[in-house]
Design a protein around this ligand. Structure first.
Ligand code: 6R9
Length: 694
């Protein structure tokens, strides 16, 4: 039980006590495993282990310990596998940092004094070594029959042309470039072009609304916007250019006119050119303009701690944060984790199904694989279009050997039955990965037995936008798996489990997941707001990085991620702040108050459940419900629109006025007998009224 003071602190920090007893009769959802499931061990298939880069836990432990006790030696050796124009200062520690606010500002530096370029390491290095003819991207369009192949040389040339175009628009090192595109090869090409020049890219997921895009453009003061006419996902058309136009109008109204150029890729498969809205003088067609530029472009040598990109993500409070990743550390960590976590071998065909708008698409569709000269499949569409076997068709078509996907997609496919999967050979597969949310033991089993024919290990990889790359995951081949478990931390990652008071727990335990010292890929700051970075990640637990996740550590030392412990929802792998959704709802003139919680959702992992109170004159109706859902769609994006709107007369509040979300979560989950202590409520009858209204 929490002391009153702790309770207050938890509230202040937006922490909710880790709930140990989440029970759901349908075990397909991301809930805690049963006690037997904690002991369920799956050995690495023998064939896999024989060829794996790492084949024993003792080998791992030796390297893990070296990374912790001798970071200079360990990370120095890893970093030496990349090209540096100038080596970092090897007479100084490879990492310099402060995680303790009492000792001064929080900072992290890796490979200080070094100069390199991320694009050079992803492309030029391989082409110069004679590998230019090797395949870089295998692209599959939304409609079957649409595909493209790009070699490393092809990509380098296209990247140089885009970089030269950007230069002609006066984009220089340190300038921000916003990218709002569908999943076509020009998206990673645009990212790499920015990296080549030292411009900071900010990719905004194509599912975000005009208003979200405008907010991000304004926050980072982007000079140029790169977009495409439209995108296709299944039967849906994403009118990206139209949405971008609206976003740029909002920016203009804000008095911010910095976006002088909007480069538009003509994605005529999705929308004919003549249907694309146009602003003369600002808009340029990609194909007509970029191709005029030279296919050579010198790289800008960047200091290791120069920013590489920013990516917005949602937290407990306020507007999304633009997390900054820097050149040297991100490069080393993305490249090295890719190689070991995916056990990458030459000849592998790697398919990461994530969108480039999320960190997974940055690290494991673009940078990590390219540093390793991997061949990547990139898919524009959705798993079930035009039929539920599409993924497996693509696996067979490109002979995919490593598939990396989100549990939400796996659950969707599992719901279609085994037959659609078994119809395809899938013989090329040798490793399966999961990312973005907890995968239940049941879904894990289906993925393992049906999709991978019990031949392919599963790596359940836990990490975050903030961590840059993988933090906890099996290294396939090195130790046995447990269905639903991320297992052990990556080399040098010092995970701690803390109790409510911030005290470190040992042995088998459950609590808050935090990390003790920096790894090379940690985000260095929040763009334009370093104090927000400090308070979000380093204030909760003194001297430690707070992940915002809860976890359980079992008797074997394996870590099971149990989900967010703050007001962040994870819907289909998308991070959504409850506060942002509430903000959108209350902007409706008839909505006076809103409180948003998550509930277990069979396909999405979590669904969004909104308690809404209305103004005196307003009456609940289906039309009003739709208006409320639409306002969220408009302000954030469709993926954040609440599924359930619960008309509430009032919300349960503490005497100090704080909404008790713990109770709302129970009501959303229909766990009425298990509401818990309501004695601190200012009006306990509110709860009864809410249950009646359910
Ligand atoms: C990479 C990515 C981060 C949050 C994270 C956690 C959840 C990610 C997970 C997982 C359980 C896994 N999460 N991987 N939970 N098991 N294997 O998803 O980054 O979008 O920033 O989300 O996602 O809650 O804190 P991001």
């Amino acid at each position: 039980d929490l002391s009153a003071e702790r309770r207050l602190r938890c509230m202040l920090e937006h922490l909710v006590p880790v709930e140990i007893s989440r029970v759901n009769p349908d075990r397909s959802v991301c809930i805690f495993p049963t006690s037997e499931e904690y002991k369920d061990i799956v050995q690495v298939p023998g064939d896999f282990a024989k060829k794996a880069l790492l084949s024993s836990r003792s080998q791992y432990e030796q390297l893990y310990n070296e990374a912790v006790t001798n970071p200079d030696g360990f990370w120095g050796r890893v970093a030496a596998g990349f090209f540096w124009k100038k080596l970092w200062d090897t007479s100084k520690p490879v990492c310099n940092y402060n995680f303790d606010a009492d000792k001064g500002p929080i900072f992290v530096e890796w490979f200080k004094g070094g100069f390199t370029n991320v694009c050079y390491n992803a492309l030029d290095r391989h082409v110069l070594a004679g590998h230019g003819h090797e395949l870089c991207f295998l692209w599959e369009g939304n409609d079957p029959g649409q595909s493209a192949q790009l070699t490393y040389s092809d990509v380098l040339k296209k990247v140089c042309q885009v970089a030269n175009f950007l230069k002609s628009k006066n984009v220089q090192k340190g300038d921000r470039v916003c990218i709002y595109m569908s999943m076509i090869p020009e998206l990673p090409i645009a990212m790499l072009a920015c990296a080549r020049l030292g411009a900071i890219h900010s990719v905004v997921f194509g599912g975000f609304s005009s208003e979200s895009l405008a907010g991000r453009i304004l926050d980072c003061k982007a000079k140029v916007l790169l977009t495409c006419s439209a995108g296709r996902r299944g039967n849906k058309l994403l009118p990206l250019k139209e949405l971008a136009d609206r976003a740029l109008e909002i920016c203009l109204r804000d008095g911010n006119t910095r976006v002088e150029t909007c480069l538009v890729y003509d994605n005529s498969f999705a929308l004919p050119r003549e249907k694309v809205p146009w602003v003369e003088g600002r808009d340029l067609w990609w194909q007509d303009n970029v191709s005029q530029f030279s296919v050579d472009c010198p790289v800008e040598w960047m200091a290791a701690e120069d920013p590489l990109f920013m990516l917005y993500t949602s937290g407990s409070t306020g507007k999304p944060k633009g997390l900054i990743h820097t050149v040297g550390g991100y490069m080393v960590y993305a490249g090295f984790t890719f190689k070991h976590v995916f056990d990458h071998h030459p000849g592998d065909i790697f398919w990461c199904t994530a969108d480039c708008g999320w960190i997974t698409g940055h690290t494991y569709l673009t940078y990590g694989p390219l540093f390793n000269r991997a061949t990547c499949v990139m898919f524009e569409g959705v798993p079930t279009f035009p039929h539920a076997g599409r993924w497996w068709e693509i696996v067979d078509k490109f002979k995919v050997s490593i598939l990396y996907a989100a549990p939400t997609a796996i659950r969707t496919l599992a719901a279609q039955g085994d037959e659609v999967v078994r119809k395809y050979s899938r013989k090329s597969l040798r490793l399966l990965g999961s990312v973005g949310e907890p995968i239940s033991p049941k879904t894990w089993r289906w993925y393992y037995e049906v999709c991978g024919d019990s031949r392919c290990p599963i790596i359940d990889t836990w990490w975050q936008t903030e961590t840059g790359a993988c933090m906890i995951s099996p290294l396939p081949g090195a130790w046995p798996m447990k269905p639903g478990c991320a297992t052990l931390p990556f080399f040098g990652v010092q995970t701690l489990v803390l109790d409510q008071e911030g005290k470190e727990l040992h042995g088998a335990c459950e609590g808050y997941l935090s990390i003790k010292a920096p790894w090379p890929g940690i985000a260095r700051t929040v763009y334009g707001d370093h104090s927000r970075y400090e308070s979000t990640y380093f204030k909760t637990w003194k001297g430690l990085y707070a992940t915002g996740d809860g976890c359980r550590r079992d008797a074997d030392g394996y870590i099971w991620i149990t989900g967010r412990v703050d007001d962040v929802l994870n819907v289909s792998g998308h991070r959504i702040s409850t506060g942002e959704v509430e903000g959108a709802l209350v902007s409706h003139p008839q909505c006076t108050e809103a409180a948003v919680v998550g509930y277990d959702h069979e396909l999405k992992g979590q669904g969004i459940y909104a308690f809404v109170t209305l103004s005196q004159q307003a009456k609940p109706s289906d039309a009003l419900k739709k208006e409320l859902q639409d306002i969220v769609r408009k302000q954030i994006g469709s993926f954040a629109s609440p599924e359930v709107i619960h008309w509430a007369v009032s919300l349960p509040r503490t005497r100090s006025g704080k909404i008790m979300r713990r109770i709302l979560r129970k009501i959303a989950a229909r766990q009425y007998t298990d509401i818990g202590d309501t004695s601190s409520l200012s009006d306990p009858s509110v709860v009864e009224a809410l249950i009646k209204g359910r």
